[in-house]
Every structure is written in C-alpha cells, then in structure tokens.
Design a protein around this ligand. Structure first.
Ligand code: IVH
Length: 668
C-alpha cells in the first residue's frame, strides 16, 4: 500500500470508527459487534505506525490514550466557569421563582435537568475539531486535560459541522464502572475510591491518558459557553443543537411552565435517582429564554437565571467518641466531633464539625452520645443532633478548654463573637493554617503544596511565614519524606509560576481579616498595586462602594503593622508580583460620554447588537447597566417587544430611547 492509498483507507476508518463510536456511546444503539470495532481500530493503529504522518490529533486511535504528560498546563477560561446557587426545599425554589419574575415578568419557562455528580469540564472545538479540554479549577483558570478527555468515548473528537465553539458539561463515571474499578482495586490491595465522583476526578487527573482510557468515563454536555454566532434563542434549542452536532446530552431534561411543575420534577427524581446508571446530587433549574437569562444576568459567583436543587442530605446515627478542638488561621477555636466511623453519602466519616461551644450547649451534645450526622451540601460532615432515647446516663457533658491546645495561651471570647479565640499572633497553629490558606486554590494556587506538604515544611522549620515559600530550594525539598526529584521540580515550578499571579490572589492569600476573595479583587482593581493599597486611608477605603467600615479598619491596621511591611518587602525581593493584572474597572468620572455616571436599563430585543455587547459598550463608556427599573434609573433603552420595564419607565417619567438612538450615541 502506498501513502496515498493508506490516506484513503485512514479517512474511511476515521469515519467508520467515529460512526460506530457515536452509535455505541452516544446513542446506545450499536450497529456492529465489539470485535468488529476492535478490528478497525487495530487496522488504523497499524496504518498509523506504518505511516506516522497520517496520524492526526483527532484520530479515533487517541481514544486508547496517547503520550504521557509531565504535568498539566494551566488554561485560562475565556469565559469564567461559574457555579450555581443552591435550593434545599420548596420554599427556596419558590423564592428563586419570585426573584426571576420580579426581573423578567410572569412569562417564564424553565428547563429542569439532572445535576450529574461528576466534574465540570470545558471543551473547545475549532472548525469542528476538538482542540482543548479543561477542568473548572477556580472558575478562572483550570487544568488542560485534553488528552484524558479524548479517551471519553461519548465526547466527539469531530463534530457534524465545522463549528468553532466552547461547550461545558459534566464528566462522570457510571455506577457500574465505579463498582468494577473498586473491585479490581480491592483485589490488588489498593486504596478504594470513595465515590464515583472522586473516581472520575482521579481518573482525569492522571498524567497517563491510558489510565483515563481504561476507566470508562462518560460525559453529558449541558451548555454552550459562547453562543456567539449560533442561531438559538433558548437553552432547550442550544441543547438540541448540541445533540445535532454529535454531543451526548441528558435525555431526562424537561421544560416546565410553572414552579409547581419544577417542584414535581424535583420530587419525582428524589426517589427515582436510585435507579439511574449514574449518580446525581440534585436538579438544575434554568430559565429557558436566553434573552431572559441575559436580562437576569449573573453575580460574581453564579447566574441569577439558574439554581441547583440539592436532594435532602442522608442522615445517619453513630457514636460520639470524643471532642477535639482545632485552631484556625484567625485563632478561632473549633470543636470537632470524633466519631465511630460511619458511611454517609458515599464516604466514611470519622470527624464532623461542631462549629462552636454554643452549638454543643444548645443541642446538649455529650461525649458518648449517639448523634445524628449528615453532610452539609453533601460535602462537609456535621452533627445535627442527639438521639436522646439511646442515653445510658454514662454520657459526659463537654467543657471547652481554657487554653490554646497548640500554644497554651489563654483563650478569649471577643465581644459579639461566638467563637473562643487564641490571640497569640505567634501561635504555631495559626501560622500553619495561614500558610495553608496562602497556597490554596483561590489564593496563590500553588499545585503540589497541599495541607500535608505545608505542615511537613512547617514542622521541619523550613518555612515560618509565606515569604519563606519563595526561598525553598531543591535540596531542602528532596530531603523531605516522600518527595522525589520530580515532585520537587514540579513544586518549585508551581511556586515560581505563582510569583506572577495578579495582586488579588496575593491579597486574599495574606489573610487580612474580613478581606475575602471578592473584596481582595475590588481592592486590587481599585488601587492597582500593593504600594498604593498599603498607603490608603480609612476614608479612601470606605469611599469604595463594596468596602465597609470594619474591612477598611482591618486593612489600615494590617498595613500599619511593621511586621507586615517587612513581609511584603521580602516577597518583593523574591520577585512576587505586587500589581493587579486583570481588566481595569472603568472610572465613570474619567470617561467623557453621555453614558458616563448614568444608570441604564436595557430591555426588549435589540436588532443590531446583542444585549451583552450593548451592555459592555455602555459600561466601557462609564455607564452602569442594571437589571431593573427604579427611581435611580436615568435611562431605559427599549428594543422590540419591551414589556413591563418600559411601562415602569413611562410611569416613573424616565427617559426612554430606542435602539437607533443608542447606536447613534455609541458611535460618537
Ligand atoms: S449548569 C453557571 N447543568 O453542577 C453554571 N451544571 O455548580 C452552569 N452540573 O460543577 C452549570 N449537572 O458542572 C449545569 N445539568 C447541569 C449540571 C451541572 C451537573 C454541575 C456543574 C457544576 C455544578 C454547578
């Protein structure tokens, strides 16, 4: 066979294998036997070996797993991967419905979908070919797991059309594959996976794609990230389009015309979920119309047009063996229940939070009690109550310690706070927890520097404060137990990469009291550099919309501390970036435009540009675009079929423009 003939056969085999694959894994309607499929696959593998030039990145042979990677690259999401707000009962669902109607009126349809319990991934296609897949990570930056995702048979390597788009979905491990995998692991004496979600995540985080290929992963897609030039006007249409392109979407979705129908759907799946071939942890409810989704918008964390209904948590009873207290990063003392091991929602639990002393008193929890345990949000175990009927009289009431379990200084209760605190700034537990916080995902995000390694480095006296992390050397790391040369290299590379993080990550990581991730971002955006922020006055800080008095005081006090000055100098010397790198927010007062400083509402359908583009342009010119009309609205821009918002604007005597007038102003 010459190369030209080989090329022809390769093309045929691509088409054939893709078709068989689609029938088997997406449609669940195989038209050929496994043996036949394997034969074609072998033939293709042989041809690729003989003519390596014919092997393409989207060849069906990549399904069996390609080259082993050194490490996962980071991928910045072009469009952030948000999460969802939660609803735990009918009341929460009705509240959601009310909020939606307040903004978009009563003409609303929902789509309910199963909330697959796997891990969120984003997949990008160029000209119809799968080019990149990433984990969610912190929502902004994830990990490149392209090669592993290629082994997920239901994910198309090539679409039915030459589309360029980014699609989001959930990769998961079916229950049967999970059980089979754990059985093999048990036979080999290996550690078992706690649940299918962990197994799926563990499989996709393997550097060798052959491992992922052997794990029978599956994937449902549930949205198009950038609807850019697609011609769809609702979420259901988007799902249908995805299906036509060759993706696997979940067939159990249902359109609902009222919140009562939504509640029925949620209730019916609370029971039926046990019969599914895969785990679900809730139901996702989405407003169907994309125009309405846009109108509702998103918060920094999650869209206002969707919510996740979480199934009621499983509750189990076990014995409380003892209570231990731990010291957090801020010195807060948290009691933790030590339990007789018990299985809850898929994992074995031995510890559960008791939050604070008041809770122990309120629920009258005694050592030796049988207690009810559940997982909050199906993740964090907590003790919810006591089974009083099972008391024998031997149970012992618990007394909180008076001194810190780590540094022995006297604990104090600060006014208005429920928690006891250790206020010794040199308390080793606080320092260690602060270091763990510094390297965590939403802070400096240093891979390979988890809780265990930080604790190890800290107890070996290799790091005393966060600046020391940047002074670690390879010989120091290799000398640690269970740290090989390769892990040491990876860790040093990850530490190095974190030097160039944008300022907000560092600010959040420093753990300034009351400054969460969101406030850190606001401060970084506003001041631009650590230098400028460190000189900010209380007045300047409280003048920022999102910054309250308490936080402002805490920031000023933090930078006034000479130890902090020294720490920041040290970080600077280690070349840790001290500047904000993201997009600058627009300072309305600096832009000379009609929109500058005005509050504007967009409503109805625009013909010439999408509503999100109009919003972006207005914001770039210093305007603030909000979702609902009120007395503080300065201008309403009404497209086709504008409804209740236009009425309200007229009623309040607010200026109303049509689209043409807006375009005229935007083009000035
Ligand atoms: S929609 C803006 N639909 O649930 C976020 N998410 O917090 C849009 N998930 O980890 C998500 N099944 O991966 C959506 N049918 C579904 C889903 C689903 C599972 C996961 C998602 C994310 C979490 C949402």
């Amino acid at each position: 066979m010459n190369e030209k003939q080989a090329q022809e056969r390769v093309n045929e085999l691509h088409e054939l294998l893709n078709k068989l694959n689609y029938e088997y894994y997406v449609l669940d309607q195989p038209s050929a036997s496994d043996a036949e499929y394997d034969r074609y696959m072998q033939e293709l593998l042989q041809l690729e070996e003989q003519f390596p030039a014919l092997k393409t990145a989207d060849s069906p042979t990549v399904r069996v797993g390609g080259t082993v990677l050194e490490a996962f690259k980071k991928v910045e999401h072009r469009i952030p991967m948000l999460s969802l707000g939660n609803a735990f009962n009918d009341g929460d669902l009705r509240d959601f419905d009310r909020r939606v109607r307040q903004t978009i009126g009563d003409d609303v349809q929902y789509v309910c979908e199963l909330k697959i319990d796997g891990l969120a991934v984003s997949v990008r296609y160029e000209g119809g070919v799968f080019v990149q897949g990433a984990t969610r990570g912190d929502g902004q930056v994830g990990e490149d797991i392209t090669e592993n995702l290629k082994t997920v048979r239901s994910l198309p390597l090539r679409l039915n059309e030459q589309a360029t788009l980014e699609v989001r979905g959930e990769a998961f491990m079916p229950k049967r594959s999970f059980e089979a995998l754990n059985k093999i692991k048990e036979e080999k004496g290996e550690e078992l996976f706690a649940n299918p979600r962990n197994a799926a995540a563990g499989s996709l985080r393997q550097l060798d794609p052959k491992i992922a290929a052997s794990r029978n992963l599956d994937m449902y897609v549930y949205s198009i990230a950038d609807l850019g030039n697609t011609n769809v006007s609702s979420h259901s249409e988007a799902l249908n389009l995805l299906e036509r392109m060759g993706y696997k979407t979940n067939p159990e979705r249902r359109r609902c015309l009222s919140i009562d129908e939504v509640i029925d759907y949620c209730e019916s799946w609370t029971v039926k979920r046990a019969d599914l071939a895969y785990d679900i942890d809730g139901i996702v409810i989405k407003v169907d119309s994309l125009a309405q989704q846009e109108e509702l918008g998103t918060t920094v964390k999650s869209p206002r047009w969707a919510i996740a209904y979480k199934f009621p948590a499983e509750e189990v009873v076990t014995k409380l063996l003892d209570i231990e207290v731990t010291v957090g990063r801020t010195g807060a003392i948290t009691p933790t229940a030590l339990l007789e091991p018990v299985k809850v929602a898929g994992t074995t639990v031995q510890r559960a939070s008791l939050h604070n002393e008041d809770l122990i008193r309120e629920k009258d929890i005694r050592i030796g009690d049988y207690v009810i345990v559940k997982k909050a949000g199906d993740i964090i175990p907590e003790v919810v109550g006591v089974v009083e009927d099972r008391r024998t009289g031997e149970e012992m009431p618990y007394e909180m310690p008076t001194h810190c379990p780590e540094c022995d200084s006297e604990l104090v209760r600060i006014e208005d706070e429920v928690a006891l605190r250790c206020i010794n700034p040199k308390c080793p537990a606080q320092i260690r927890e602060g270091l763990i916080h510094f390297v965590s995902r939403n802070a400096m995000n240093i891979d390979g520097l988890g809780e265990k390694v930080v604790t190890q480095l800290f107890s070996e006296n290799l790091i005393h404060d966060v600046a020391d992390i940047y002074k670690l050397t390879k010989p120091q790391l290799i000398a640690l137990e269970r740290m090989g040369e390769k892990s040491a290299n990876n860790l040093l590379a990850a530490i190095d990469a974190s030097r160039s993080n944008s300022l907000e990550k560092l600010l959040f990581g420093l753990g300034i009291r009351h400054v969460g991730a969101k406030a850190a971002k606001t401060l970084a955006q506003h001041f631009g550099t650590m230098e400028a922020l460190s000189q900010a006055t209380l007045e300047e800080l409280v003048a920022i919309h999102e910054i309250g008095e308490k936080m402002a005081q805490s920031v000023v006090a933090y930078f006034a501390n000479p130890d902090v000055k020294e720490l920041i100098e040290e970080l600077k010397e280690s070349e840790v970036n001290m500047a904000y790198k993201g997009p600058k927010p627009i300072d309305a007062s600096e832009v000379d435009s009609y929109f500058s400083g005005k509050t504007i509402v967009l409503t109805g359908k625009l013909e010439q540009m999408s509503r999100s583009d109009a919003k972006a342009e207005i914001e770039a010119l210093g305007g603030k675009v909000t979702g609902s009309v009120s007395k503080s609205t300065n201008l309403v821009i009404a497209g086709e079929a504008a409804g209740s918002k236009l009425d309200k604007a007229t009623e309040l005597g607010i200026e109303v423009w049509d689209e043409a007038r807006m375009l005229e102003e935007l083009q000035k």
